[in-house]
Ligand binder design. Structure first.
Ligand SMILES: NC(=O)c1ccc[n+]([C@@H]2O[C@H](COP(=O)([O-])OP(=O)(O)OC[C@H]3O[C@@H](n4cnc5c(N)ncnc54)[C@H](O)[C@@H]3O)[C@@H](O)[C@H]2O)c1
Length: 271
């Protein structure tokens, strides 16, 4: 017979989570990979049922299945729903599928986002529009659909938006991306005021330089420069950002609203 001792109980809790999101249902957009996948994993580990949704259907389905293999406890831990966050119909379907599978919606993480970098003088209109469509309009559409569902349910909720430190500080070569991330910070503050009285908290996370497929295409000399400018002397991991989302989504952050939290290793971006 194994006698449960303190250390054993702690190890189990770390492996299985502490149930910080028990009985919550969360949508994480753009969660087939990167920060979204790490966030969905942290949420499932903490007892949430998670909707993986992305334009990358194969990868998203496989990932949702792997979450079920690890975390399902008699009820599914995750489902996959294909979504294009730029389409209102697709976002409506996402919320409908969430309700059909899990019956409610408590948390939205507006994580889907892209970059199409170029200096202003060379930035094409198409690249500008595409980044605005996904990073800004997508956040508006998903935020609106989730807020309306949470308001209809009447027991509050949490909306978390993916900003970036460049949305606060600016960055060379990112006119389109920076414009969207600054706008996401603005929308976060508006929604915190509009939805706070109904018990829906809205916050943003501003990641620094994080190692994901999005930053993998970066040339070595820029990667090294980013690490040099980070006092912790490393790039962030998707889990570093997932932990911030997890805290903000949990009741531990029940008095945090309208905030933008930098998670960036102390990076100072140059000119
Ligand atoms: N990696 C970083 O250094 C960093 C820094 C600051 C902010 N961020 C932000 O964090 C978020 C996640 O970034 P990441 O590095 O994990 O990127 P990533 O490219 O690894 O993942 C983004 C996901 O969004 C999905 N996506 C793209 N367009 C979509 C659409 N129209 N509808 C639905 N899904 C779509 C992609 O398929 C992908 O799975 C983004 O909003 C990004 O701007 C990242």
């Amino acid at each position: 017979m194994t006698v449960a001792n303190g250390t054993g109980l702690l190890q189990d809790a770390v492996r299985q989570g502490f149930g910080r999101l028990k009985d919550r249902v969360a949508i994480v957009t753009g969660s087939a990979r990167g920060i979204g996948a790490a966030t969905a994993t942290a949420f499932a580990r903490e007892g949430a049922q998670v909707v993986i949704c992305d334009v990358m259907a194969e990868q998203g389905k496989e990932f949702a299945e792997s979450l079920n293999d690890h975390y399902a406890d008699g009820r599914p831990a995750a489902i996959f729903v294909p979504v294009d966050v730029t389409s209102a119909n697709s976002v409506t379907n996402l919320v409908q599928q969430t309700l059909a599978a899990f019956g409610r919606l408590d948390i939205l993480v507006n994580n889907a986002g892209i970059t199409r970098d170029a200096q202003l003088r060379k930035m094409g209109e198409e690249e500008f529009d595409l980044v605005v469509d996904i990073n800004l309009k997508g956040v508006y559409l998903c935020g609106q659909a989730a807020a309306n569902q949470m308001l209809a349910q009447g027991h509050g909720g949490v909306i978390l938006n993916a900003a970036s430190i460049v949305g606060i500080d600016g960055n060379f070569g990112q006119t389109n991306y920076v414009a969207t991330k600054s706008a996401v910070i603005g929308m976060t503050k508006v929604w915190a005021r509009e939805l706070g009285p109904k018990g829906i908290r809205v916050n943003a996370v501003a990641p620094g330089f994080i190692e994901t497929p999005m930053t993998a295409k970066m040339p070595d000399h820029i990667y090294n420069k980013m690490v040099e400018r980070t006092p912790l002397r490393r790039a962030g991991k998707p889990e570093d950002i997932a932990n911030a989302y997890l805290w903000l989504a949990s009741d531990e952050a029940s008095f945090v609203n309208g905030e933008v939290i930098r998670v960036d290793g102390g990076i100072v971006i140059g000119t």
